[in-house]
Design a binder for this molecule. Structure first.
Ligand SMILES: [Mg+2]
Length: 121
């Protein structure tokens, strides 16, 4: 079973992504803050983390950098899931350490396949 940790401070976004991935037969866990994402990642050791960027307290970028530095979680790929689609953003985010870039809002008809492609990378 492939486990995905989804991180988003917007609960509607979180539930939509979780529902779509559960229907696609992934094992899904969720976190609604950067801090919680680190705790859940340490406990569950997911195969992939999908990280929102704009969150209060700890941004998705900060959480990803902390997950990279953490010996327990440093091997887990972290993809950014964001509506921030300005030219150059994707390149900048990939250079900062994200494994992949997915755009919000998600397209429920494609999202399961997009995530499956990331897992097989
Ligand atoms: Mg957000």
């Amino acid at each position: 079973m492939t486990t995905i940790l989804i991180v988003d401070d917007n609960l509607l976004n979180l539930e939509l992504a979780a529902d779509v991935l559960e229907l696609a037969d992934f094992d899904v866990i969720t976190a609604s803050s950067g801090r919680e994402s680190i705790e859940k990642a340490e406990q569950a050791l997911p195969d992939l983390i999908l990280m929102d960027l704009r969150m209060p307290e700890m941004s998705g970028l900060e959480a990803m950098l902390e997950l990279r530095r953490n010996k327990i979680t440093s091997h887990i790929p972290v993809a950014v899931l964001t509506a921030s689609a300005m030219k150059g953003d994707e390149q900048r985010l990939l250079q900062s350490g994200f494994f992949a870039y997915l755009e919000k809002p998600i397209d429920p008809s494609r999202f399961g396949n997009q995530v499956a492609d990331l897992i097989s990378k």
